[in-house]
Ligand binder design. Structure first.
Ligand code: G6P
Length: 611
């Protein structure tokens, strides 16, 4: 939530900062701002709306300078307007600061600073930070020390960057609970909330730890803790993301590109991890904790959003393949439950970004209470990846579209591998294991087959896109897919959609059904088929329209429903990972027919780093 990028070097900062902001726009995009410095007074521009609107307002001639900080905002405190946009500035307009996170004690701090004469111009929590730094500078400290002192007063989370007109060769950055990464170039240095902001310039990075304060200079940096004067060492790592991977490559939207990447991302998720000769999987990331995992009794999957629905699918999988008692919890609710942990408890965090604040908070709590914490994460170097005791990376490449697609299938398939690995030490036979592996190997071909028929989904979307409400139903493995299909539709097309367990229809939602309220039914020919057909009949009897996602060759279904999209046949356990593809396409096309901003839906952000 919110994105930060800073540049200090030998090139003009403005174009690099704007480019970085565009890469970070997935983190929030309701307003943006930039401050550039070059010996002369700092130049500042803020704008409501997207980065392109900010860019249009800036005269590059006036904004020359080789140092700068920039920010794209997802509002928490205060409306998206210019005053609330970052950078915020001190009373003497010499200090400029951008922030990602939430300052929980901002109200008492603001009252104290106002009493001391500081003038506030925004409604944000952030503004107290710049005034606190100013107050500390007035007492004679240099910028780094002033930031350290200021942050000692703060309760909450932050990634910040500060520019000081009195110290033109320096940018100070710091973090606690929000990501911040330094990029080390040739005589130039950058920092950002996500490496994608600067990966074109450098792949050499330093991941800051919580409570680190880094002083950046051209071609040089040093790190201290908020608390102490002593320098701390952080490892320089090389990241493995190409700038090309961030481009749309001819697709109209990143989301469509990412849907189409799934034949490849499934391969990437399982590469080197299938051992057909033993009917099992190999997951190097969890080998160090395998013994503990084998003796575990309880598994709690925690996650948010699409990752939560993947977790719901995962629960069925772990229950089917292992002896683990499995539950799945929304990370944001996990803390309110009195779950008892012991050395037999495992918590599995699912997160594309590895930065979701609720998921991070949940695993910290579980760790404190003695559970083994595992992660399935896409972004290498992210907070959850680093804080989990062990885990498995998705290797899906950057996911830019705010609505998650390819990472849903990647994290789901990795859960299948995890359950398979464990199950083979328990009751799962070689043949059962092998059948799962064979089905996984066939997935890319099956997904490609459906993508080759995407026009069919476009036709269905054309027929139904004007409906104001939608119901999605499924049973067992396909119930989470119904939930995910409904989420996709509402988040990018703004059409109201509800996902329901088909068996629950008669306990409420069927009251909504009439000819204007269509239902998407995930109805493969598995053990739930007959019951699903009964549910569909109940809808038809009330004049509801039904679109079925059904198994290839199921001719009977055509007699019952209005429209069908066929999915290839595979194991029941793997079917939902195919069924989700047409639902992603349906949401995509519906949103496109409505002319929505598909990659950046209103009010949402890709990575939610506030609780
Ligand atoms: C946000 C995104 C969703 C995502 C969720 C969880 O709400 O818009 O697409 O599923 O966060 O994110 P994570 O990175 O933890 O999987």
């Amino acid at each position: 939530m919110c994105g930060i990028v800073t540049y200090l070097g030998k090139q003009q900062a403005l174009p690099l900062l704007l480019e970085g902001l565009k890469r970070l726009e997935y983190r929030g995009y309701d307003s943006a701002g930039i401050a550039v410095m070059d010996g002369q007074p700092v130049r500042l521009m803020k704008s409501v709306g997207k980065i392109s609107e900010l860019e249009a307002r800036i005269d590059p001639v006036k904004f020359n300078g080789t140092a700068g900080i920039a920010h794209t905002r997802w509002a928490t405190h205060g409306k998206p307007n210019e005053a609330n946009a970052h950078p915020h500035f001190s009373c003497d307009r010499k200090l400029f600061l951008v922030h990602n996170g939430i300052i929980e004690n901002y109200l008492p701090l603001r009252r104290e600073l106002e009493a001391a004469g500081h003038k506030f111009v925004s409604e944000t929590d952030t503004e107290v930070l710049v005034h606190l730094v100013e107050a500390n500078k007035k007492s004679g400290l240099d910028l780094t020390a002033a930031v350290q002192h200021a942050l000692r007063r703060v309760v909450g989370t932050f990634g910040i960057a500060v520019l000081d007109q009195d110290e033109p060769g320096v940018i100070v950055v710091a973090k606690r609970g929000s990501p911040l990464i330094i990029g080390i170039g040739n005589d130039e240095i950058l920092a950002a909330s996500d490496v994608s902001a600067f990966v074109r310039l450098t792949k050499q990075v330093v991941y800051l730890n919580d409570n680190d304060v880094a002083t950046l200079r051209r071609g040089d940096y040093s790190i201290v803790s908020i608390e102490g004067p002593a320098e701390v060492e952080r490892e320089v790592e090389t990241v493995d993301i190409s700038a090309e991977a961030l481009e749309k490559r001819g697709f109209k939207h990143f989301m469509l590109k990412e849907i189409h990447q799934q034949p490849d991302t499934v391969v990437n998720a399982v590469r080197g991890r299938l051992l057909p000769e033993e009917g099992v999987s190999r997951l190097g990331g969890i080998e160090p904790v395998l013994e503990r995992l084998k003796s575990a009794r309880r598994l709690s999957i925690v996650s948010c959003g699409t990752s939560f629905y993947a977790g719901q699918y995962g629960r069925y999988v772990f229950e089917a393949l292992t002896n683990l008692e499995t539950d799945v919890a929304l990370a944001s609710e996990f803390r309110y439950r009195s779950v008892r942990f012991d050395e037999k408890s495992v918590v599995l965090a699912l997160s594309q970004s590895g930065e979701t604040a609720d998921t991070l908070a949940a695993i910290r709590e579980a760790k404190r209470k003695g559970a083994l914490v595992l992660g399935i994460v896409n972004v290498v170097g992210s907070s959850i990846a680093r804080e989990a005791g062990a885990g498995v990376f998705m290797h899906a490449g950057p996911e830019i579209g705010v609505a998650s697609t390819k990472c849903f299938t990647s994290q789901s398939i990795i859960m299948v591998l995890m359950a398979l690995l464990l199950g083979r030490y328990q009751n799962l036979t070689f043949n059962e294991g092998l059948r799962i592996l064979r089905a996984i190997e066939e997935m890319p071909k099956h997904i490609q087959d459906m993508l080759d028929r995407q026009e069919q989904m476009l036709e269905i979307a054309r027929k139904y896109h004007k409906a104001k409400n939608f119901l999605f139903i499924g049973r067992k493995y396909n119930y989470p897919i119904a939930l995910e299909g409904a989420l996709k539709l509402k988040e990018i097309s703004y059409v109201h959609a509800e996902g329901y367990a088909a068996g629950e229809m008669k306990h409420g939602p069927i009251a909504l059904i009439d000819e204007s309220f269509p239902t998407m039914a995930v109805v493969p020919q598995d053990e739930t088929y007959d019951k699903m057909i009964s549910n569909i009949q109940e809808i038809k009897a009330r004049n509801g329209k039904v679109i079925a996602v059904a198994s290839e060759g199921d001719r009977e279904i055509r007699k019952v429903v209005d429209d069908v999209f066929y999915i290839p046949r595979t194991l029941d356990l793997i079917t939902p990972l195919l069924a989700v593809i047409p639902l992603q396409l349906f949401a995509y096309y519906t949103a496109d027919l409505h002319g929505r901003e598909i990659d950046k839906p209103r009010n949402l952000a890709k990575s939610v780093t506030v609780e």
